[in-house]
Design a protein around this ligand. Structure first.
Ligand code: NAD
Length: 484
């Protein structure tokens, strides 16, 4: 009997209308059948969320809510292995990565946003107009209401909890739609929420493709939409909510640059770049796909990257030492491979990869791909401008700092960048010049959950993290009291 993944509404699992297949990308086998939510199911989920908001959840004090959310974090840790198995079966990612990045961050997200909610203050001012009277102004934060949460497949649980934790910490209720590729961990989280004592209807999950997502974004009783995914989907959602002028928070795609200066520590740079190019098989929105290298160290960095890419251990998730898993699906691999073909047609030299690897027979149905590096592409080439979202990067030489900054910023995206240099003055000079939300120096993916996270341009709208998340998940009401 194949596992069934059902929608989670009002504290219980409910059938959908028909099912679709959840495929394990390691070998192409059927992982589960997922129950599709149609309009009726989405309506039920939104109603459950509205009732919970108008019910006990809406009238709970912050300390009461915080106590429940801390229990959710505890329960995630107690059920760590179950979540790990669900995440790995859907994504095929190496167990070490899923442990230290994905599942670890699920409880960390709940802890961090709970702490922020427990200690957050209010904006307050004493206002002294010219007529000598004075007044007290203070802004209270009210929950946005029923929030639609739509998330992608690359870090399913991490990205989901990054939104659900602050939404709940500020008193909202949610209707979540995980990616059709990775429904398992969001569904399992329903069980965990109930075990932790979250009232029914606060956390609801509906499954399906983009049309199910659209049923949420166009629903008349949804008060806001938080979305992580492709820029073009963000654009479609923005159109969908425009009639109702709903608030949105968007974390979208990127075409992230790294700048390697001649004064960089080359060994550390190569190690750092290997991480930023190939983590999660290049399927992290923050991954580097453009590397600009100062000419005197170009050959050395290219050779170093080739050597470290060659050493990456491609393998199944639970195999000892696996560093590099499959892509999420055969369809996504076709997209990535299409860019490899395009790069070749455009005159690129393939330093390594660009192909579907030979895997043992039992893995031949999986969506495996090789780490891939190109030189010889123009900075303006289509392959260097569009997000591929795979383990691929173009390496381009530069001569001056100005040229490097100009090329890095010459993009419609604005998510993340990394600068590699040992020159402190240069680091301080260049880092703020990057047109991105996240500008790293001599590191990549170094995060503090209280710091603002997000991008500009095609990379998103708004910032999440710490109180920045609360700016989206709450509506401030300014109270003005005349004192004298
Ligand atoms: P996607 O946009 O295809 O899908 C994301 C989610 O949106 C899925 O649940 C999907 O079913 C749903 N969806 C699709 N069409 C919809 C519509 N019209 N209305 C409502 N929902 C709809 O993205 P993906 O392929 O799952 O994820 C990869 C993308 O996510 C990449 O572009 C990556 O850069 C981006 N991403 C960004 C961040 C960030 O923090 N900026 C983080 C992770 C991933």
């Amino acid at each position: 009997m194949v596992d069934q993944i059902r929608n989670f509404i009002n504290g219980e699992y409910v059938d959908g209308v028909g099912t679709f297949d959840d495929i394990n990308p390691v070998d192409g086998s059927l992982a589960a059948q997922v129950h599709t939510a149609d309009k009726g199911v989405v309506d039920r989920a939104v109603k459950a969320a509205r009732d919970a908001l108008n019910g006990p959840w809406g009238s709970m004090s912050t300390p009461e809510r915080v106590a429940i959310l801390r229990r959710i974090a505890d329960r995630i840790e107690e059920r760590f292995d179950d979540l790990l198995a669900a995440e790995i079966r859907d994504t095929g990612k190496p167990v070490e990565l899923a442990k230290t990045l994905d599942v670890y961050r699920a409880s960390a997200n709940f802890r961090s946003f709970t702490d922020t909610a427990a200690s957050a203050g209010l904006d307050a001012f004493i206002t002294e107009p010219a007529n000598g009277s004075n007044a007290l102004m203070y802004a209270v934060r009210k929950p946005l209401g029923v929030v639609g949460v739509i998330v992608p497949w690359n870090l399913p649980l991490l990205l989901l909890t990054w939104k659900v934790a602050p939404a709940l910490a500020t008193g909202n209720t949610v209707v979540v739609k995980p990616s059709e590729e990775t429904p398992a961990s969001a569904a399992l989280l329903g069980e965990i929420m109930a075990e932790a004592g979250l009232p029914d209807g606060v956390y609801n999950v509906v499954h399906g493709y983009g049309d199910t997502g659209a049923l949420i974004t166009t629903h008349p009783d949804v008060d806001g939409v938080t979305f992580t995914g492709e820029s073009k989907t963000g654009s479609a959602i923005q159109k969908a909510v425009s009639d109702r002028v709903l608030p949105v928070s968007f974390e979208l795609g990127g075409k992230n640059a790294a700048l390697v200066f001649e004064d960089a520590n080359i060994e550390e740079t190569v190690a750092g770049l290997t991480h930023s190019l190939f983590t999660n098989s290049g399927q992290v929105c923050l991954c580097t796909e453009r590397v600009y290298i100062q000419r005197p160290v170009f050959d050395e960095v290219v050779a170093g990257l080739k050597e470290s890419a060659q050493k990456l251990k491609i393998g199944t998730p639970y195999e000892e030492g696996t560093q590099f898993g499959p892509l999420i699906s055969a369809k996504h691999r076709e997209k990535v491979h299409g860019y490899a073909r395009l790069a070749k047609e455009h005159g690129a030299e393939t330093i390594i990869g660009g192909e579907i690897p030979d895997m043992p027979e039992e893995l031949a149905g999986g969506s495996w791909y090789t780490p891939t590096l190109w030189t010889g592409l123009e900075h303006t080439d289509q392959v260097m401008r569009e997000e591929v979202f795979g383990p691929v990067a173009g390496l381009i030489p530069f001569d001056t700092e100005e040229e490097a900054v100009r090329m890095a910023n010459d993009t419609e995206y604005g998510l993340a960048s990394a600068i590699w240099t040992t020159n402190l003055e240069r680091a301080h000079r260049v880092a703020p010049k990057m047109n991105v939300g996240l500008s790293w120096v001599n590191t990549w993916y170094l995060r503090d959950l209280r710091a603002p996270f997000g991008g500009s341009g095609l990379s998103g709208i708004g910032r999440e993290g710490g109180v920045h998340s609360f700016d989206f998940y709450t509506e401030p009401v300014n109270v003005a009291i005349k004192l004298a």
